[in-house]
Each structure stands twice: as C-alpha cells, then as structure tokens.
Design a protein around this ligand. Structure first.
Ligand SMILES: [Zn+2]
Length: 79
C-alpha cells in the first residue's frame, strides 16, 4: 500500500527567522559597583571614578570614597 507523507514534509519547510529583539537589551546600561559588588544603573550611580583608563560607578559616595582610597585593590578584582 502506498504511504504518502509529503504533506508533513511541506510543514517543516516553514521559514524560521532569527529574533533580533533578544539581542538588544534596552537602552539602560548597568555596571557593577567594584566595592560592594552591587549592580548599579549607570544613570543612577551616585558617583564615578576613572582608574587606568576604565570608568567605575558606585551606588553611594561611601563606596566611591573607599575605591578612591585604594583603587588598585578594587579594580584588580575582575568581578
Ligand atoms: Zn556600593
């Protein structure tokens, strides 16, 4: 008896476009406070400091002061 399953194969040929919206993560940039490890909104950060060409953001002025006292200690930690 003849088995005809070509109709199912046609369904599998439907295009499957990539979803570009998953690649864009909004316009808000978040950074990590190197002192306390908190995630900080760049625009909401209390302060920022530059060290060796990189800019660091802080959740509070207390964290910024601690960083500026010993920047090499906090900047060396990769996380
Ligand atoms: Zn902090």
């Amino acid at each position: 008896m003849p088995g005809e399953h070509t109709a199912l194969a046609a369904l599998c040929a439907a295009p499957f476009p990539p979803n570009p919206t998953t690649l864009k993560r909004g316009s808000m940039a978040t950074v990590t406070d190197p002192v306390c490890g908190m995630t900080v909104d760049e625009s909401a950060a209390t302060g920022s400091a530059s060290y060796e060409g990189a800019t660091y953001y802080f959740c509070s002025s207390a964290c910024q002061e601690r960083f500026e006292a010993e920047p090499e200690m906090y900047a060396s930690g990769d996380r």
